[in-house]
Design a protein around this ligand. Structure first.
Ligand code: ARG
Length: 487
């Protein structure tokens, strides 16, 4: 007896986009004509069918599945394993299937389990025996690994474009704020004055490393599993190099067992994605802080914020908050894939079917986040006066006074102590260091002269850090020019 299928919340109804399960299919044996069904005495239970099917999510691999099948078929024909007529039929059928998939006319059948069996069955409906010959020398195990790699390669290329757009948005904003001074923080306490452009460019560098990581991961994604068949390779005289060339892979996977079973390429992709999301969550945290009235450094464009249903005055930075929150799911996907892989014996196991949803959602989340983010950065309204005001509050030029004393021959540790006492004095007097009269300053060190005031200004402090990687406007301008040529 079939157990009753529980009506799970949000569950895909068995026959919404998927057609009803035919009771008996003549192509195979029982059970809707599954490709392996001749071996079985009874059909798979409805619940198990739903539990094991992946078509609801892996159908998004359809175009890559077709691409892979065409390359495989052409190779088979080239090697004399398939006739020219069969190849022509397969190419014609696949052309139609591609159109059906793209137009949404394709009928996905849950009883055909996954994207691969759905497409193969449709091909056979359209072109007959040639469709049944397509799977010669191939298994779904090397087929799915190929599809996922093709899909991920395209996704990495899209992500690289989105990262580049985000870098270019940062550059655009930084360009306007080379001279804008803001407090740089350590421990979220005012530390030293920095150029706002310099601060923004810190994120540019993080994203540049993210792009390097994805590019490096792409090298290992871009290897061809096809030819590994189920696990041991195939007895047909195939030409794997030819398939690799046609599909744009850099090389073939060198070991058939490894080719069908490992998903390390997807795991390292997710690790790179986690780092990018981590970088964006750091930026998000800053935007959220800066937009609060306590800072008031920036305003985000209204289209990235929402109001409150009860407090009429609220304008909340929802987008950066959501980005911060979405890091949780992306990190979760990384852990899911690591856990999925852990302890799997060679070679392919059905566990690997669970690789897709985390991977797909990681790509979707990252791409959408980056796209929105680039637009949001372009719409940041900077409030230089508020930044300047904040700089007056934390003795941001105290280090400059210590450096000044060192230049006058005072050992750094003594200079540090003298300035610490001066800061304490200014704090009690309720003013900033440059507001103290010369006589007061000289009480802390006789080496202080009238030239000290130039050093204590925000502009003086920034301008003095003019080495590569420093915050001086001259250095930042050079960094911006170099960055522009890098992307
Ligand atoms: N849908 C399967 C997956 O995603 C395809 C490979 C199935 N192979 C098998 N031997 N059952 O992994």
């Amino acid at each position: 007896m079939q157990p009753e299928i529980p009506n799970m919340p949000g569950a895909v109804p068995p026959a919404s986009q998927t057609a009803a399960v035919p009771a008996r299919d003549t192509v195979g044996g029982i059970s809707g004509g599954s490709s392996w069904s001749g071996r079985f005495d009874e059909p798979v239970s409805e619940l198990v069918k739903r539990y094991t099917a992946s078509v609801d999510f892996d159908k998004r691999l359809a175009e890559y599945d077709i691409q892979g099948s065409l390359a495989h078929a052409r190779m088979l024909a080239g090697c004399g394993i398939l006739s020219a007529q069969d190849l022509a039929d397969i190419e014609r059928g696949m052309g139609q299937i591609l159109q059906e998939v793209q137009s949404g006319a394709f009928t996905w059948r849950l009883d055909l389990e996954d994207v691969h069996l759905n497409i193969e069955r449709r091909l056979t409906e359209l072109v007959g025996d040639a469709g049944k010959r397509l799977h010669t020398g191939r298994s779904r195990n090397d087929q799915v690994a190929t599809d996922v790699r093709l899909w991920l390669r395209a996704s990495i290329d899209a992500i690289d474009g989105a990262l580049r757009a985000m870098q270019s948005a940062l550059l655009g904003l930084a360009d306007q704020h080379v001279e804008t001074a803001m407090p740089g923080f350590t421990h979220l306490q005012v530390a030293q004055p920095v150029s706002f452009a310099h601060h923004l460019m810190a994120y540019f560098e993080m994203l540049a490393r993210d792009r390097e990581r994805f590019a490096d991961c792409r090298k290992r994604v871009n290897r061809l599993p096809l030819g590994a068949a189920a696990l041991a390779g195939t007895s047909f005289p195939i030409d794997r190099e030819r398939v690799a060339r046609e599909l744009g892979f850099d090389a073939v996977c060198a070991n058939s067992l490894d080719a069908v079973s490992d998903r390390d390429f997807a795991i390292e992709f997710c690790a790179a994605a986690s780092l990018t999301m981590t970088h964006l969550s750091r930026f998000s945290e800053e935007l959220i802080l800066w937009m609060s009235p306590r800072f008031g450094f920036i305003d985000l464009a209204d289209r990235f914020c929402t109001g409150s249903s009860i407090m009429p005055q609220k304008k909340n930075p929802d987008v950066p908050e959501l980005v911060r929150g979405k890091v949780g799911r992306v990190n979760g996907h990384l852990v899911a894939l690591l856990t999925l892989m852990k302890g799997q014996p060679l070679a392919y196991n059905k566990d690997n079917q669970e690789d897709k949803e985390p991977l797909f959602d990681t790509v979707d989340t990252l791409l959408m986040t980056l796209t929105i983010y680039a637009d949001m950065v372009g719409g940041i309204r900077v409030k230089p006066d508020a930044m300047r005001e904040a700089l007056k509050q934390g003795f941001a030029t105290a280090t400059d006074l210590a450096d000044y004393l060192v230049c006058k021959g005072v050992p750094f540790r003594d200079a540090h102590e003298a300035v610490a006492r001066a800061v304490r004095h200014a704090e009690q007097a309720g003013c900033d260091l440059p507001d103290l009269p010369l006589a007061d300053l000289q009480a802390f060190s006789p080496s202080i002269g009238n030239d000290v005031y130039a050093v204590l200004t925000v502009e003086g402090s920034m301008a003095s850090r003019s080495h590569v990687g420093g915050t001086a406007p001259s250095a930042v301008r050079a960094a911006l020019a170099a960055a522009r040529s890098r992307i």
